[in-house]
Design a binder for this molecule. Structure first.
Ligand code: NAP
Length: 285
Protein backbone atom coordinates (compact mmCIF):
# COMPACT_ATOMS: atom_id res chain seq x y z
CA UNK A 1 0.00 0.00 0.00
CA UNK A 2 1.18 3.49 -0.81
CA UNK A 3 0.16 6.66 1.00
CA UNK A 4 -0.37 10.22 -0.14
CA UNK A 5 0.32 13.26 2.04
CA UNK A 6 -2.64 15.61 2.42
CA UNK A 7 -2.32 19.40 2.77
CA UNK A 8 -2.83 18.87 6.51
CA UNK A 9 0.43 16.91 6.67
CA UNK A 10 -1.41 13.67 7.48
CA UNK A 11 -1.05 10.61 5.29
CA UNK A 12 -3.98 8.91 3.54
CA UNK A 13 -3.84 5.39 2.03
CA UNK A 14 -3.95 5.72 -1.75
CA UNK A 15 -6.42 2.84 -1.86
CA UNK A 16 -9.47 2.53 0.34
CA UNK A 17 -12.85 0.82 0.39
CA UNK A 18 -16.29 2.29 -0.43
CA UNK A 19 -19.61 1.23 1.09
CA UNK A 20 -22.19 2.89 -1.18
CA UNK A 21 -25.27 0.73 -1.80
CA UNK A 22 -24.86 -1.61 1.18
CA UNK A 23 -28.05 -0.59 3.01
CA UNK A 24 -28.43 -3.77 5.08
CA UNK A 25 -26.81 -3.03 8.45
CA UNK A 26 -25.70 -6.57 9.32
CA UNK A 27 -24.23 -7.09 5.86
CA UNK A 28 -22.47 -3.71 5.89
CA UNK A 29 -20.89 -4.40 9.30
CA UNK A 30 -19.62 -7.76 8.03
CA UNK A 31 -18.34 -6.26 4.76
CA UNK A 32 -16.44 -3.50 6.60
CA UNK A 33 -14.95 -6.03 9.02
CA UNK A 34 -13.86 -8.22 6.08
CA UNK A 35 -12.43 -5.23 4.24
CA UNK A 36 -10.21 -4.31 7.20
CA UNK A 37 -9.22 -7.98 7.55
CA UNK A 38 -8.33 -8.03 3.85
CA UNK A 39 -5.99 -5.07 4.38
CA UNK A 40 -8.01 -1.95 3.58
CA UNK A 41 -7.28 0.87 6.01
CA UNK A 42 -9.53 3.58 4.52
CA UNK A 43 -13.32 3.21 4.67
CA UNK A 44 -15.50 5.69 2.75
CA UNK A 45 -19.09 6.14 3.92
CA UNK A 46 -21.61 9.01 3.91
CA UNK A 47 -24.67 10.17 5.80
CA UNK A 48 -26.63 9.55 2.59
CA UNK A 49 -25.63 5.86 2.46
CA UNK A 50 -27.55 5.24 5.69
CA UNK A 51 -24.88 2.85 6.98
CA UNK A 52 -22.59 4.93 9.22
CA UNK A 53 -23.69 3.00 12.30
CA UNK A 54 -22.88 -0.33 10.63
CA UNK A 55 -19.51 1.02 9.47
CA UNK A 56 -18.74 2.09 13.03
CA UNK A 57 -19.62 -1.38 14.32
CA UNK A 58 -17.52 -3.15 11.68
CA UNK A 59 -14.54 -0.92 12.45
CA UNK A 60 -14.96 -1.34 16.22
CA UNK A 61 -15.04 -5.13 15.82
CA UNK A 62 -11.87 -5.09 13.72
CA UNK A 63 -10.14 -2.88 16.30
CA UNK A 64 -11.36 -5.11 19.15
CA UNK A 65 -9.99 -8.19 17.34
CA UNK A 66 -6.59 -6.49 17.00
CA UNK A 67 -6.66 -6.40 13.18
CA UNK A 68 -5.90 -2.67 13.13
CA UNK A 69 -5.86 0.22 15.58
CA UNK A 70 -8.23 3.16 15.16
CA UNK A 71 -5.16 5.33 14.46
CA UNK A 72 -4.16 3.08 11.55
CA UNK A 73 -7.60 3.45 10.03
CA UNK A 74 -8.79 6.37 7.92
CA UNK A 75 -12.54 6.96 8.11
CA UNK A 76 -14.28 9.29 5.66
CA UNK A 77 -17.89 10.42 5.83
CA UNK A 78 -19.90 13.10 4.06
CA UNK A 79 -22.44 15.80 4.84
CA UNK A 80 -25.60 15.51 2.75
CA UNK A 81 -27.23 18.37 0.80
CA UNK A 82 -30.15 18.73 3.24
CA UNK A 83 -27.64 19.61 5.99
CA UNK A 84 -25.83 22.15 3.80
CA UNK A 85 -28.20 25.11 4.11
CA UNK A 86 -26.50 26.75 7.08
CA UNK A 87 -23.06 26.69 8.75
CA UNK A 88 -24.56 25.37 11.99
CA UNK A 89 -26.53 22.63 10.21
CA UNK A 90 -23.37 21.27 8.59
CA UNK A 91 -21.47 21.48 11.88
CA UNK A 92 -24.25 19.60 13.68
CA UNK A 93 -24.36 17.05 10.82
CA UNK A 94 -20.70 16.23 11.48
CA UNK A 95 -21.49 15.66 15.15
CA UNK A 96 -24.46 13.45 14.23
CA UNK A 97 -22.28 11.39 11.87
CA UNK A 98 -19.67 10.89 14.60
CA UNK A 99 -22.39 9.76 16.97
CA UNK A 100 -23.65 7.19 14.44
CA UNK A 101 -20.07 6.05 13.75
CA UNK A 102 -19.44 5.99 17.52
CA UNK A 103 -16.14 7.80 16.96
CA UNK A 104 -14.48 10.88 18.50
CA UNK A 105 -13.24 12.08 15.12
CA UNK A 106 -13.37 11.31 11.42
CA UNK A 107 -10.21 11.40 9.34
CA UNK A 108 -11.98 13.19 6.50
CA UNK A 109 -15.32 14.97 6.22
CA UNK A 110 -16.55 15.89 2.74
CA UNK A 111 -19.40 18.01 1.45
CA UNK A 112 -21.18 15.42 -0.71
CA UNK A 113 -22.40 17.70 -3.52
CA UNK A 114 -21.79 21.27 -4.77
CA UNK A 115 -25.39 22.12 -3.95
CA UNK A 116 -27.42 24.12 -1.43
CA UNK A 117 -25.34 26.80 0.39
CA UNK A 118 -22.02 24.99 0.10
CA UNK A 119 -20.03 28.04 1.24
CA UNK A 120 -21.92 28.12 4.56
CA UNK A 121 -21.67 24.33 4.84
CA UNK A 122 -17.94 24.49 4.21
CA UNK A 123 -17.61 26.97 7.08
CA UNK A 124 -19.49 24.46 9.23
CA UNK A 125 -17.09 21.62 8.47
CA UNK A 126 -14.16 24.04 8.87
CA UNK A 127 -15.36 24.69 12.43
CA UNK A 128 -15.53 20.90 13.01
CA UNK A 129 -11.97 20.62 11.63
CA UNK A 130 -10.68 23.35 13.95
CA UNK A 131 -12.25 21.58 16.91
CA UNK A 132 -10.57 18.29 15.96
CA UNK A 133 -13.81 16.50 15.03
CA UNK A 134 -12.33 16.03 11.56
CA UNK A 135 -8.61 15.57 10.86
CA UNK A 136 -9.19 16.88 7.34
CA UNK A 137 -12.02 18.37 5.28
CA UNK A 138 -12.83 18.34 1.62
CA UNK A 139 -15.47 18.15 -1.05
CA UNK A 140 -16.98 15.76 -3.57
CA UNK A 141 -18.27 16.32 -7.10
CA UNK A 142 -16.79 19.83 -7.22
CA UNK A 143 -16.15 20.34 -10.93
CA UNK A 144 -13.14 22.52 -11.91
CA UNK A 145 -14.62 26.03 -11.91
CA UNK A 146 -16.60 25.39 -8.70
CA UNK A 147 -13.51 24.00 -6.97
CA UNK A 148 -11.33 26.91 -8.15
CA UNK A 149 -13.90 29.42 -6.84
CA UNK A 150 -14.09 27.61 -3.49
CA UNK A 151 -10.31 27.48 -3.14
CA UNK A 152 -10.14 31.25 -3.83
CA UNK A 153 -12.53 32.04 -1.00
CA UNK A 154 -12.03 29.60 1.87
CA UNK A 155 -9.72 29.73 4.86
CA UNK A 156 -8.86 26.00 4.73
CA UNK A 157 -8.20 24.52 1.26
CA UNK A 158 -9.99 21.17 0.79
CA UNK A 159 -7.63 18.23 1.35
CA UNK A 160 -9.52 15.99 -1.09
CA UNK A 161 -12.02 16.29 -3.95
CA UNK A 162 -13.81 13.01 -4.58
CA UNK A 163 -15.13 12.80 -8.15
CA UNK A 164 -16.01 10.13 -10.70
CA UNK A 165 -12.76 8.91 -12.29
CA UNK A 166 -12.26 5.74 -14.33
CA UNK A 167 -10.95 4.82 -17.80
CA UNK A 168 -14.23 5.91 -19.47
CA UNK A 169 -14.29 9.28 -17.66
CA UNK A 170 -10.67 10.38 -17.33
CA UNK A 171 -11.04 14.07 -16.34
CA UNK A 172 -7.34 14.88 -16.78
CA UNK A 173 -8.02 18.64 -16.72
CA UNK A 174 -9.99 18.40 -13.48
CA UNK A 175 -7.12 16.46 -11.88
CA UNK A 176 -4.58 19.08 -13.02
CA UNK A 177 -6.79 21.79 -11.51
CA UNK A 178 -7.00 19.91 -8.18
CA UNK A 179 -3.25 19.37 -8.08
CA UNK A 180 -2.66 23.10 -8.78
CA UNK A 181 -4.54 23.88 -5.54
CA UNK A 182 -2.90 21.06 -3.58
CA UNK A 183 -6.17 19.08 -3.47
CA UNK A 184 -5.82 15.29 -3.67
CA UNK A 185 -8.05 13.71 -6.34
CA UNK A 186 -9.99 10.70 -5.15
CA UNK A 187 -11.94 8.45 -7.54
CA UNK A 188 -15.46 7.40 -6.77
CA UNK A 189 -16.73 4.68 -9.08
CA UNK A 190 -13.16 3.63 -9.96
CA UNK A 191 -14.69 0.51 -11.56
CA UNK A 192 -17.25 2.68 -13.38
CA UNK A 193 -19.85 1.03 -11.12
CA UNK A 194 -19.54 -1.97 -13.49
CA UNK A 195 -20.72 0.04 -16.52
CA UNK A 196 -19.24 0.04 -20.07
CA UNK A 197 -18.48 -3.71 -19.83
CA UNK A 198 -15.39 -2.80 -17.79
CA UNK A 199 -14.92 -6.31 -16.38
CA UNK A 200 -14.67 -7.86 -19.86
CA UNK A 201 -13.15 -4.91 -21.74
CA UNK A 202 -10.90 -6.41 -24.47
CA UNK A 203 -8.14 -3.81 -24.10
CA UNK A 204 -8.01 -3.99 -20.29
CA UNK A 205 -8.07 -7.80 -20.56
CA UNK A 206 -5.15 -7.83 -23.02
CA UNK A 207 -3.05 -5.56 -20.80
CA UNK A 208 -4.02 -7.63 -17.77
CA UNK A 209 -2.93 -10.87 -19.44
CA UNK A 210 0.61 -9.50 -19.61
CA UNK A 211 0.74 -9.06 -15.83
CA UNK A 212 -1.59 -11.87 -14.73
CA UNK A 213 -4.17 -9.28 -13.62
CA UNK A 214 -7.90 -8.78 -14.26
CA UNK A 215 -9.42 -5.81 -16.13
CA UNK A 216 -10.60 -4.47 -12.75
CA UNK A 217 -7.05 -4.53 -11.40
CA UNK A 218 -5.74 -2.76 -14.53
CA UNK A 219 -8.37 -0.01 -14.22
CA UNK A 220 -7.53 0.50 -10.53
CA UNK A 221 -3.77 0.46 -11.11
CA UNK A 222 -4.12 3.06 -13.89
CA UNK A 223 -5.76 5.52 -11.48
CA UNK A 224 -3.28 5.12 -8.60
CA UNK A 225 -0.38 5.32 -11.03
CA UNK A 226 -1.55 8.80 -12.08
CA UNK A 227 -1.74 9.89 -8.41
CA UNK A 228 -5.46 9.34 -7.92
CA UNK A 229 -6.72 7.78 -4.69
CA UNK A 230 -9.29 4.99 -5.22
CA UNK A 231 -12.10 3.53 -3.09
CA UNK A 232 -13.53 0.49 -4.94
CA UNK A 233 -16.53 -1.26 -3.36
CA UNK A 234 -17.34 -4.96 -3.27
CA UNK A 235 -19.39 -7.06 -0.91
CA UNK A 236 -17.40 -10.16 -1.97
CA UNK A 237 -14.19 -11.07 -0.13
CA UNK A 238 -12.50 -12.53 -3.23
CA UNK A 239 -13.12 -9.25 -5.10
CA UNK A 240 -11.88 -7.21 -2.12
CA UNK A 241 -8.68 -9.27 -2.28
CA UNK A 242 -8.43 -8.86 -6.04
CA UNK A 243 -8.99 -5.10 -5.93
CA UNK A 244 -6.23 -4.51 -3.37
CA UNK A 245 -3.74 -6.75 -5.18
CA UNK A 246 -2.48 -3.99 -7.48
CA UNK A 247 0.75 -2.95 -5.79
CA UNK A 248 3.20 -5.48 -7.30
CA UNK A 249 3.30 -4.29 -10.91
CA UNK A 250 3.44 -1.08 -12.95
CA UNK A 251 1.86 -0.17 -16.26
CA UNK A 252 4.12 1.24 -18.99
CA UNK A 253 3.64 4.83 -20.17
CA UNK A 254 2.20 3.48 -23.42
CA UNK A 255 -0.35 1.34 -21.54
CA UNK A 256 -1.28 4.33 -19.36
CA UNK A 257 -1.96 6.33 -22.54
CA UNK A 258 -3.93 3.49 -24.16
CA UNK A 259 -6.20 3.31 -21.11
CA UNK A 260 -6.64 7.12 -20.96
CA UNK A 261 -7.67 7.03 -24.66
CA UNK A 262 -10.81 5.11 -23.68
CA UNK A 263 -12.19 8.43 -22.36
CA UNK A 264 -15.82 9.14 -23.36
CA UNK A 265 -15.46 12.67 -21.92
CA UNK A 266 -18.73 12.48 -20.04
CA UNK A 267 -20.33 10.59 -17.17
CA UNK A 268 -23.03 8.04 -17.77
CA UNK A 269 -23.81 7.90 -14.05
CA UNK A 270 -24.42 11.53 -12.99
CA UNK A 271 -25.00 14.88 -14.72
CA UNK A 272 -24.50 17.86 -12.47
CA UNK A 273 -25.31 20.22 -15.38
CA UNK A 274 -28.84 18.83 -15.69
CA UNK A 275 -31.47 20.61 -13.54
CA UNK A 276 -33.42 17.34 -13.38
CA UNK A 277 -30.41 15.65 -11.74
CA UNK A 278 -30.14 18.48 -9.19
CA UNK A 279 -33.84 18.09 -8.43
CA UNK A 280 -33.35 14.33 -8.07
CA UNK A 281 -30.53 14.88 -5.57
CA UNK A 282 -32.64 17.29 -3.46
CA UNK A 283 -35.47 14.76 -3.41
CA UNK A 284 -33.27 11.87 -2.23
CA UNK A 285 -33.28 12.56 1.51
P1 NAP B 1 -17.34 0.92 -8.05
O1 NAP B 1 -16.46 0.68 -6.88
O2 NAP B 1 -16.78 1.52 -9.29
O3 NAP B 1 -18.03 -0.45 -8.50
C1 NAP B 1 -18.68 -1.27 -7.60
C2 NAP B 1 -19.36 -2.38 -8.40
O4 NAP B 1 -18.40 -3.24 -9.01
C3 NAP B 1 -20.22 -3.27 -7.53
O5 NAP B 1 -21.35 -3.65 -8.29
C4 NAP B 1 -19.31 -4.48 -7.25
O6 NAP B 1 -20.11 -5.63 -7.06
C5 NAP B 1 -18.54 -4.58 -8.53
N1 NAP B 1 -17.17 -5.09 -8.37
C6 NAP B 1 -16.23 -4.65 -7.51
N2 NAP B 1 -15.06 -5.27 -7.69
C7 NAP B 1 -15.25 -6.14 -8.71
C8 NAP B 1 -14.39 -7.07 -9.37
N3 NAP B 1 -13.11 -7.20 -9.02
N4 NAP B 1 -14.92 -7.83 -10.36
C9 NAP B 1 -16.23 -7.69 -10.73
N5 NAP B 1 -17.07 -6.84 -10.13
C10 NAP B 1 -16.58 -6.06 -9.13
O7 NAP B 1 -18.62 1.81 -7.66
P2 NAP B 1 -19.09 2.63 -6.38
O8 NAP B 1 -19.35 1.71 -5.25
O9 NAP B 1 -20.19 3.51 -6.79
O10 NAP B 1 -17.83 3.56 -6.04
C11 NAP B 1 -16.91 3.27 -5.02
C12 NAP B 1 -17.16 4.11 -3.78
O11 NAP B 1 -17.10 5.51 -4.08
C13 NAP B 1 -18.58 3.95 -3.21
O12 NAP B 1 -18.76 2.72 -2.55
C14 NAP B 1 -18.66 5.17 -2.33
O13 NAP B 1 -17.96 4.97 -1.12
C15 NAP B 1 -17.98 6.22 -3.20
N6 NAP B 1 -18.93 7.00 -4.04
C16 NAP B 1 -19.01 8.35 -3.84
C17 NAP B 1 -19.84 9.15 -4.61
C18 NAP B 1 -19.90 10.61 -4.37
O14 NAP B 1 -20.79 11.29 -4.91
N7 NAP B 1 -18.98 11.16 -3.59
C19 NAP B 1 -20.64 8.56 -5.61
C20 NAP B 1 -20.55 7.18 -5.80
C21 NAP B 1 -19.69 6.43 -5.02
P3 NAP B 1 -20.15 -6.48 -5.69
O15 NAP B 1 -20.26 -5.51 -4.56
O16 NAP B 1 -21.35 -7.33 -5.86
O17 NAP B 1 -18.86 -7.28 -5.66
Amino acid sequence: MEFITLNTGDKMPLEGFGVFQIPDAAQCEEVVYNAVKTGYRLIDTATAYGNEEAVGKGVARAVRDGIATREELFITTKVWVSDMGKEEDAYQAVKASLKRLDMDYADLILLHQPMNDYFAAYRGITKAYKEGLAKAIGVANFYPAILANLCKTVEVIPAVNQVELHPYFVQEGAIENMKAYGVVPQAWGPLAEGKHGIFTDAQLTAIGDKYGKTPAQIALRWNVQRGVSIIPKSIHVERMEQNIDIWDFALTEEEMEQISAKDLRHSEIVNHDDPAFVKFIYNLH
